[in-house]
Design a protein around this ligand. Sequence first.
Ligand SMILES: *Cc1c(COP(=O)(O)O)cnc(C)c1O
Length: 428
Amino acid sequence: MTHPRSQALYERACRVIPGGVNSPVRAFRAVGGTPLFFARGEDQYLIDADGRQYLDFVGSWGPLILGHAHPAVVAAITEASRAGTTFGAPCAGEVELAERVVASYPGVEQVRFVSSGTEATMSAIRLSRAFTGRDLIVKFSGCYHGHADHLLVAAGSGLATFGQPSSAGVPEPFTACTRVLPLDDEAALEALFAREGGRIAAAIIEPVPANHGLLPQRREFLARLREITRRHGALLIFDEVICGFRLARGGAAERLGLTPDLATFGKVIGGGLPVGAFAGPRHILSRLAPDGDTYQAGTLSGNPVAMASGIATLDVLIHEDGWQRLEALGAQLEQALRPVLGRAPFPVHLVRVGSLFWLSFHEAGAPRTAEPLPQEAVLRFGRVFHALLSERIYFPPSAYEACFLSLAHTAADFERLAASLGRALTAS
Ligand SMILES: *Cc1c(COP(=O)(O)O)cnc(C)c1O
């Protein structure tokens, strides 16, 4: 299948934008081929620059929990923008969205808005360091928290858990205060806190890790992390940028029955516009400027148009049984796909948590740690991806990315996916 308009746009883009994209995963490097350029989105569909319609399972990587161009969200954005796009001063929307977060998430009394998930985690970490007076932070292999320098770390080799920069341009001293642990490993957790617990400001984790496929954790592991951070006077940060307002009104925290000290939000909370947030109890958040001594700011933070988009999105979810319906849709998807996966000529497993799902091409079961896929499995995924694309189904262009359901998806969409996937798997 040729995509002349996408192809032409990509060639122009490559001249003026590095790699032709503004976020690397969009470039199709992990699956081969050239990326599609999209012109429109409607409900569960994306329409590319050549006018072809695709059933979308990416949902802009999470924000579009109501589907593309939901009328309530478009109306809210339109109305807000007519009243001015930014004031650089407070507006009612900030209060209204903050009140919804406070009413929804366990333990949260105050919220600060930013413009991306990256800013949310970066600021939550600064606040943890200010609050505890400590420098070290702990992250887990396979969890992604945006692209701040000190979070772009890979686990060191051997027994060392010192983070090594995982990107060029990050000086080693910038990651020297970051410790990296494997997921699913209480012993490693205990050992690190026994050694350095008194110097650890915070542990940050995706409570349902969804950036290395989907790696649902044992609740006991997360409960141990909650207990050990508390015991050592460190803060626990749940990075809910994907899970927040997706897995439940109270995010993964509600689903797991565990309350972190701080939570970070992004994606769903902006309903498709750039919004991030970090939140927690008043006695911690009050350390932020202007009340406290911890600097944090943003020209477009709490932007009225973005706030309106977030409010409209949350209100549809709240008033239309959104989370219950997403769970039911997830169950329907699972039912539709199971038989097809069972007949695949190689191992492929469905991992699902609510409206997040991942086709894992691992040999055995569903991993709980960030295992690399064998090269053969990565190549297979690429073939399956392109086979689905040729049947007008848009999957994330990487074997390590989870898929997203929205309220716009239907049981018929899942039957269509199952039929296409059946053909794709046998041909790949
Ligand atoms: C997407 C994501 C981020 C970064 O958010 P951006 O808005 O892309 O900066 C942080 N944490 C998690 C868990 C994410 O999935």
